[in-house]
Each structure stands twice: as structure tokens, then as C-alpha cells.
Design a protein around this ligand. Structure first.
Ligand code: ADP
Length: 232
């Protein structure tokens, strides 16, 4: 079998939908390195503004500290700018941290349409709340992120369940949805993600001139052992 080199083959456009603590940052970096695409993490971009005390940083700091979502227009401007940059560097990307609401999902799709670079895959990392809380509290001790306190972690998980998780069904309907069990060690999760994305890559770029058809990957998990099927 021919090995797929990092820059060979068609590029990938991935967005991640995952609760806090599931490993978006870690796996986003793995995906970016493997496919040679930029890793666009809205949380990192926002924290960078806060650290540099820019006007935008000052406007969003309280939202971040309290574990609440920052206003859509701020995040969507960032996404538009980052995707425009990505267009100039080959067109691939892995988006980490957006979309977080149904409105953001629609807006991100719209931006993708305008730039001719809608996502090929929506990747869902699945983990239960107890494990997520455990990881975030462990990280708090190491990194001291202002939103990794017990109360704020609970709020972020609540925001995820109420606002973010429902968009998973929408991606299921668009036929670009893949779910991976993120309860296991990070290197194992990373390998499964890359295997799943390589399968997706061969699907989505088979007929680039045809309108995208929905692809039902709900049975894909079987290829990787005990992966659960995507929740409808
Ligand atoms: P986590 O997923 O662990 O909460 P992130 O770094 O993705 O970490 O996000 C940290 C914070 O940044 C969020 O709690 C929120 O305040 C803000 N944020 C990031 N992305 C978005 C977004 N798409 N919409 C609104 N707020 C966002």
C-alpha cells in the first residue's frame, strides 16, 4: 500500500466538536501535523488576546474566566480571518473550538461556502463528564488556566451539553460526522482519529466536481474495534 505523505494527496478540512477536556488541543495538533494543515484554536486565539491585553482581549476576558461563551461576532470574525489565511496556505485546516452553538455552526458553514472551503469532516470526541472533570482539574494544577476551577468547569460542561452537543445531529445529517471514543489514552485516540480521517479523505475527494453527497459512516467504528456508533 502506498504511504500517504504529509503533503501528498488532497488536503483535509476538519472541525472538532468536543466537550472541554476531551483533548481538542492535543488531537488538533496531531491532525495538523499529520495533514500539514493549520490548527486554528479559538480558545488559544482568545487567550492570546487576553494575555496581550488587546481591546478584544479586555472585552472577552470576563467571559473566558466565567466559562461562558464570548459573543458570536467576535469568534466568527476570527474564524473568517483564519480561514482566509488557511486558503492562502493550501486550503486545509483543523478548527478547534468552533462551532459551539447551532448559530455558529450555520455561520461557519456560510463562511466556508463563501471561501469555497466547507469542512470535509466534523470530528466528535466523546467522553463522560466525570472523566472530563478529572482531566480538567488535573490540568488546573499544571497550567493554572483561569477557567479550570471546579465551578467554572461545571459551567463549561453545562454550556457544552446545552448549546454545543445538539449540533452533532446536524453534522450527522450532512453526512460528514465521525465520532471517536476519547476516554482512552491520548496516543491511542490520536491513532484512531488519523485512521478515521484517512478513510474520510478517500471518500470526500473521490469526485471533487460532484456535489457532496451524504456519507453514512455510522458503521465505521467497527473497523477500529470497540468504537461506539455516532449518536443520532
Ligand atoms: P475548553 O473547550 O476546554 O473550554 P477552549 O480553549 O476551546 O477550551 O475555550 C475556552 C473558552 O474560550 C470558552 O469557555 C469560551 O469562553 C471561549 N471560546 C472559545 N471558542 C469559542 C466559541 N466558538 N464561541 C464562544 N466562545 C468561545
Amino acid at each position: 500500500m502506498r504511504a500517504l505523505g504529509m503533503t501528498k494527496g488532497p488536503m483535509m478540512r476538519v472541525l472538532m466538536v468536543a466537550p472541554p477536556g476531551a483533548g481538542k488541543g492535543t488531537q488538533g495538533a496531531v491532525i495538523a501535523t499529520h495533514f500539514g494543515i493549520p490548527h486554528i484554536a479559538t480558545g488559544d486565539l482568545l487567550r492570546d488576546h487576553v494575555a496581550r491585553r488587546t481591546p478584544l482581549g479586555q472585552a472577552v476576558q470576563a467571559h473566558l474566566d466565567q466559562g461562558e461563551l464570548v459573543p458570536d461576532e467576535i469568534v466568527l470574525d476570527m474564524v473568517r480571518e483564519a480561514l482566509a489565511d488557511a486558503a492562502a496556505t493550501g486550503g486545509g485546516y483543523v478548527l478547534d473550538g468552533v462551532p459551539r452553538t447551532m448559530a455558529q455552526a450555520r455561520a461557519t458553514y456560510q463562511i466556508g461556502l463563501e471561501l469555497g472551503m466547507t469542512a470535509d469532516v466534523a470530528l466528535h470526541l466523546k467522553a463522560d463528564d466525570r472523566e472530563l472533570e478529572r482531566r480538567l482539574l488535573a490540568r488546573a494544577a499544571l497550567e493554572g488556566r483561569s477557567d479550570d476551577t471546579e465551578e467554572t468547569i461545571r459551567r463549561r460542561l453545562r454550556v457544552y451539553h446545552e448549546l454545543t452537543h445538539p449540533i452533532v445531529a446536524w453534522y450527522g445529517d450532512r453526512g460528514i460526522f465521525v465520532t471517536v471514543d476519547a476516554m482512552r489514552p491520548a496516543d491511542q485516540v490520536g491513532r484512531e482519529i488519523l485512521a478515521a480521517l484517512e478513510v474520510m479523505r478517500s471518500f470526500v475527494h473521490r469526485s471533487p466536481d460532484q456535489p457532496r453527497r451524504a456519507v453514512d459512516l455510522s458503521g465505521l467504528g467497527a473497523a477500529f474495534g470497540e468504537l461506539p456508533a455516532p449518536t443520532p
